[in-house]
Write a protein that binds this ligand. Structure first.
Ligand code: AHM
Ligand code: MG
Length: 315
């Protein structure tokens, strides 16, 4: 008997409460995957003509994926608000404003890959509200460190659609089976290899990196002999790093002095998964999960991977 997403309910203290929310993520993933496959026929590729709060060009598929995700979170009845990379403000789900959980999402990560049919992903994390559930949730409810995250995960839209998630009891990967029309457990208890794998970084920025990161990377390459892979979509680069080992990094540079990746939508969920998989997740000078968020769209430098590779780089 294949194991389905219901498996999440059996995982630890938070599994039962997280199962309906992660099933909602699964429904959104199926819809987004179908949208991506058909996008070229519907004229849905290309820029939407607007910029998001980060001043980045939104793609039509960023906007559509965001709508799909929000609708599926609303349909769970368990989510009171969604903080999205594509939305300036926290979106309160008025009809369920008394629900206990908030979800943070990058609905379509790596969207620069869309025009070349490259892999993209969805990244999410779940926190419990701090305000009383008799009140309207506030943006401050999202500003919780990774140590307070209850569940996190990503969806990889690759040759197969995979949902990889953790409710604090290890990391499990579920692959969409088109024949049975459900996610089935394909990668139980994922652990990052202690050595080997690849380093993954946009090395074109090396000349602009801060904190001698260029020299550090050269030393790490010499010490480990790791080969290099870079997709430019964090979900795909993280997924390979989790399965094969090594390190993924996006350091601070002269242009992006806090790095490019968002603390709440990218760094914390991936850091949570990396620690759950036995790896290490650092920002500058402290674990990603210890960084106290101060703003919804805050950015941080990120170094994720096998502890030995991360230590060799930063050590
Ligand atoms: P996005 O959320 O706007 O897609 O940006 C995030 C993406 C990550 O998926 C990826 O790791 C990074 O940007 C790649 O950036 P670069 O093109 O600078 O290498
Ligand atoms: Mg994005």
């Amino acid at each position: 008997m294949p194991v389905t997403l219901n498996h999440i309910a059996k995982q630890g203290e938070h599994g039962p409460a997280m199962m309906p929310i992660i099933q909602g993520v699964g429904r959104a993933a199926v819809e987004i995957a179908a949208l991506l496959r058909g996008a070229v026929f519907r004229g849905a590729l290309g820029a939407a003509g607007a910029e998001n709060v980060q001043g980045e060009q939104q793609q039509k598929l960023d906007v559509l994926s965001d709508e799909i995700f929000l609708d599926e979170m609303r349909s769970t009845g368990d989510v009171c608000a969604v903080g999205s990379e594509e939305q300036e403000e926290l979106l309160v789900i008025e009809e369920y404003a008394n629900a206990d959980y908030l979800i943070l999402v990058d609905p379509l990560d790596g969207s620069s890959n869309l025009d070349v049919d490259g892999p993209v992903g969805t990244i999410f994390s779940v926190v419990k509200r701090k305000t009383a559930n008799t009140e309207t949730p506030l943006a401050s409810d999202t500003l919780q460190s990774g140590r307070d995250v209850i569940a996190a995960g990503y969806v990889l839209y690759g040759p197969a659609t995979m949902l990889v998630c953790s409710v604090g009891q290890g990391v499990h990967g579920y692959t969409w089976n088109p024949a049975s029309a459900r996610f089935e457990l394909s990668h139980a208890d994922m652990k990052i290899p202690a050595s080997g794998g690849y380093y993954s970084v946009n090395e074109a920025n090396a000349g602009k990196w801060l904190n001698q990161m260029g020299d550090r990377l050269q030393r790490m390459k010499a010490a480990t002999g790791l080969g290099m892979r870079y997709v430019g979509a964090m979900v795909a680069d993280m997924h390979r790093t989790l399965l094969k080992g090594g390190i993924f990094l996006y350091p601070a540079d002269e242009k992006n002095t806090n790095g490019k990746l968002r603390l709440l939508y990218e760094a914390i969920p991936m850091g949570f998964l990396m620690e759950q998989a036995g790896g290490k997740a650092m920002s500058d000078g402290q674990p990603v999960l210890d960084v106290q968020p101060e703003a919804l769209h805050q950015r941080v430098p990120v170094y994720l991977g096998s502890a030995s590779a991360v230590d060799t780089l930063l050590g």
